[in-house]
Write a protein that binds this ligand. Structure first.
Ligand SMILES: C[S@@+](CC[C@H](N)C(=O)[O-])C[C@H]1O[C@@H](n2cnc3c(N)ncnc32)[C@H](O)[C@@H]1O
Length: 291
């Protein structure tokens, strides 16, 4: 990321969620604040989508990863009584501003300082109120430790905690990712995390590779190049070694088929050729042992 500038990819992800509310009527992920936080009106969306029809695949994936994460969080709130939630690299995520969690729940939003300050200005400008249960923690994953940032604002490491970390891992160095996952796994109260990641481009089918390269060039030009990819078995092994015992790793097009009930345009050719190859995005849930 550029040190003094808010994340441009955070704005792009928010725009995709806003467009999804209009183009697919929020079918995968319904977010009543998505248009407001992105500073958009439904009328703008038609134009936005017509000018960039090739963005449909990434839009649906961004909607699906949020839907998966919030469903996993809801389950764990109900079944395991989790009351401490951390949104890592929150960008313009709106969960904290629309969630209906039990009154004693606390949400921490962690983000790069420049992005977090920009978000807080946007919230004010758009009239979205921050609930009392929300606590902000500015952290640069590349130069600060997550737990230092959280502990400074009253995080309780003895409470089991749910982390949502969407659209961030690909932009970090492997060292920062390892440190952050290690910090999550080390929490005395136990932890659960949902994050997304990508297979190495060398494993992509050709049609996906072209889309990926175009996207990689766009984010690099915005000062936020992709820095990390993971081979799924190696990543699972890393997670187990850190202490995560439950792992659910879903390939993007399986996730989309789950929500849409059909293979999507972007991945149809792999789906048609039999069991789809892994290639592209994954959304992963991992949890340490629940006592
Ligand atoms: C693509 S955006 C995703 C935002 C949000 N999670 C979403 O899904 O809309 C990437 C986010 O990662 C954050 N980020 C990137 N590098 C970071 C770093 N070194 N430390 C902290 N946050 C970082 C950016 O500030 C931004 O909020």
């Amino acid at each position: 990321m550029r040190e003094q500038e808010p994340s441009r990819t955070a704005f792009a992800a928010a725009t995709h969620r806003a467009v999804h509310q209009v183009m697919e009527q929020g079918k995968i992920f319904s977010d009543p604040l998505a248009l407001t936080i992105a500073g958009m009106k439904a009328e703008d969306v038609q134009h936005e989508d017509e000018s960039q029809p090739s963005r449909r695949g990434i839009r649906l994936f961004i909607a699906a990863r949020s839907s998966y994460a919030e469903a996993a969080l809801q389950r764990t709130v109900e079944q395991r009584g989790i009351r401490q939630i951390v949104i890592l690299g929150a960008g313009l995520d709106t969960f904290a501003y629309r969630s209906r969690l039990p009154g004693n729940a606390r949400i921490f939003e962690v983000d790069h300082p420049a992005t977090q300050a920009w978000k807080r200005r946007r919230l004010k400008q758009s009239g979205i109120e921050s609930p009392d249960s929300l606590i902000y923690a500015p952290v640069d994953f590349e130069s600060n430790t997550l737990l230092d940032g959280l502990n400074a604002v009253g995080f309780d490491s003895t409470q089991r905690t749910f982390f949502i970390w969407l659209g961030v891992v690909p932009y970090l160095t492997e060292k920062a990712i390892d440190l952050t996952l290690g910090a999550i796994a080390s929490l005395a109260g136990g932890a659960e995390v949902v994050f997304d990641y990508s297979d190495p481009p060398s494993s992509f089918p050709l049609e996906l590779l072209a889309l990926h390269e175009a996207r990689a060039a766009r984010v690099a030009a915005a000062g936020e190049p992709f820095l990390s990819y993971f081979d799924p078995p190696a990543l699972h092994e890393k997670l187990r070694k850190l202490g995560f015992s439950e792992i659910d790793d879903v390939i993007a097009h399986h996730l989309l088929s789950r929500y849409l009930g059909q293979p999507t345009t972007v991945t149809r050719s792999t789906a048609e050729s039999g069991e789809p190859r892994s290639g592209g995005g994954h959304v992963l849930f991992a949890a340490t042992k629940f006592a």
